[in-house]
Design a protein around this ligand. Structure first.
Ligand code: FAD
Length: 483
């Protein structure tokens, strides 16, 4: 099968665009969730949409699974290859096709890096607002597939709020356009459905993004707290005062130490938690907002407040936050990043719960997250070379996600379900809801060839998990542990 497929692919792709030797496909064996690995049967690196159409038609006719891949920075295993499948890299489709400064839009290919969009439109005084911390590497196609967020999404929205139109290929190679150049379009909202669909419904080949004018000014308040509860209260107090900061991020003590040791951002090492809160807009508006934010921080119990005095200060304060993941890599052989979202009012309670679990499992955990959105990113530190430690880490992570559900939140904020959170999908959604997901998947991809085994668990898997049972025809869910 392998040689036959390679022969057919090579009939229309150049030799360097079809990889199948063990040493050539090895670099594609995982994404950012490197605890899980699987070498693909074949890797293809097309350069045009026409080539992708032919690849999909071939895979469709031979019933070969297809896994799309952007930059492979995903953290939930979404781009984990299929051992008998084709890994479809979109990395070579990296052209900015059109920039329209009047409508403030850009049309880009899926392999364009997130940051490259902002760089391409900078001379017009515009930028692309969603800014995942991985923005230097991750692609817009991956961003769409994961509905990615970032530090500034509290004010400017997630990917879904910043795109207008998608060009998508179905598994049998048909071209579909979703959305329009206007703000709304008739029919079902397929654009929203496709955004966050984790490569399971179609292959994104073109994205029309909205561009945002660069603000006149951005300024940052850094507030240190001696108590996590006070920091969490400060987050709620800022929002309830009617302020929507451009970004509001929190780091706990262990993160502050790991990051400060690495970046020397000037963080207070005595703090139990630090909040970074940014205001942007017109100069006068920013001055007023910064003053209000500082007052609220002080009244909420901040022990130290620093305000960026210039752009260098602001970038230095952010540099620490943005380097939190690499900092985790410096203090631990491995780390496992979870991604749950909770209502802001439960921040302190859930953080205490994570601390308790950290002691129970004997594993350190760094908390660095989008506090304004209630989007947690606990980084569990572990050593994969220690027998049993990965399994312990997975169990710890699962308990964190269950706490998020219990607190009225969700098991993913921006990293997607992938293979990582399949079990928790059984807790988050009722069978009827999961059936609907399967029906949508079947409508796009009846043979289940696109990214099989990801994002939506089978009923069988949920039943096997023992996380639910049927009593008098009704599904009962496992009791989620109190904390
Ligand atoms: C250090 C670090 C920091 C991060 N910070 C953030 C953050 O702040 N916010 C955030 O949201 N995420 C963050 N991430 C996660 C990750 O960067 C995002 O999920 C990103 O959108 C993935 O893009 P990618 O190009 O790497 O996609 P990949 O990892 O290659 O793929 C992700 C998913 O998209 C699918 N896919 C890729 N391209 C296409 C396409 N063209 N058509 C259809 N499906 C496709 C894949 O099949 C897979 O399911 C971070 C990751 C790292 C390593």
């Amino acid at each position: 099968m392998l040689t036959e497929l390679v022969r057919k692919l090579r009939a229309f792709l150049p030799p360097d665009a079809v990889l199948y030797e063990a040493e050539d496909v090895k670099p594609y064996e995982c994404d950012g969730l490197s605890a899980y690995r699987q070498t693909p049967m074949i890797v293809v690196l097309p350069q045009t949409e026409e080539e992708i159409i032919e690849i999909l038609q071939l895979c469709h006719s031979t019933k070969t699974p297809v896994v799309a891949r952007g930059a492979g920075t995903g953290l939930s295993g979404g781009a984990l290859p299929h051992h008998q499948g084709v890994l479809l890299s979109l990395a070579r489709l990296k052209n900015v096709l059109e920039i329209d400064p009047v409508t403030r839009t850009a049309r880009v290919q899926p392999g364009v890096r997130n940051l490259a969009i902002s760089e391409a439109v900078a001379s017009y005084g515009l930028y692309y607002a969603p800014d995942p911390s991985s923005q230097i590497a991750c692609t817009i196609g991956g961003n769409v597939a994961e509905n990615s967020g970032g530090v500034h999404c509290l004010k400017y929205g997630l990917t879904v709020h910043n795109i207008l139109k998608l060009r998508v290929l179905t598994i049998d190679g048909q071209v579909i356009e979703m959305g329009s150049d206007a703000l709304d379009s008739p029919g079902y909202d397929l654009l929203a459905l496709m955004t966050g669909s984790e490569g399971m419904l179609g292959i994104v080949t073109e994205v029309t993004v909205k561009l945002t004018p660069k603000p006149d000014k951005a300024q940052l308040v850094m507030a240190a707290f001696d108590d996590v509860q006070k920091a969490a209260d400060a987050v709620a107090n800022v929002i309830s005062a009617g302020i929507i900061p451009a970004g509001m991020e929190m780091m706990d003590k262990i993160t502050i130490h790991a990051v400060e040791d690495f970046i020397h951002a000037g963080y207070d090492l005595d703090a139990a938690a630090i909040l970074l809160c940014e205001a942007d807009g017109m100069t006068e508006e920013v001055a007023e907002e910064i003053q209000k934010i500082s007052t609220i921080m002080r009244e909420s119990g901040a022990v130290k407040i620093s305000i960026s005095q210039n752009e260098a200060d602001r970038l230095r304060f952010w540099a620490g936050r943005k380097a939190a993941f690499p900092a985790a890599g410096r203090v631990s052989p491995d780390y496992y990043c979870m991604d749950g979202t909770i209502p802001r009012k439960h921040l302190a309670r859930v953080l205490r719960g994570i601390e308790t679990l950290s002691v129970e499992y004997g594993l350190r955990c760094m908390n660095v997250f989008h506090a304004g959105d209630g989007n947690l990113h606990p980084l569990i530190l572990y050593d994969a070379n220690q027998p049993g430690e990965l399994e312990k880490t997975e169990a710890f992570g699962a308990r964190i996600l269950e706490m998020c559900i219990e607190a009225g939140g969700t098991i993913t904020g921006e990293h997607g379900v992938g293979i990582e959170k399949l079990d928790q999908m059984c807790l988050q959604f009722k069978p009827a809801e999961r059936d609907l997901f399967h029906a949508i998947k079947a409508a796009f991809d009846p043979d289940g060839l696109l990214n099989p085994g990801k994002a939506i668990p089978t009923l069988h898997r949920c039943a096997e998990l023992g996380g639910m049972h049927v009593h008098r025809g009704e599904t009962k869910f496992a009791t989620i542990p109190r904390f």
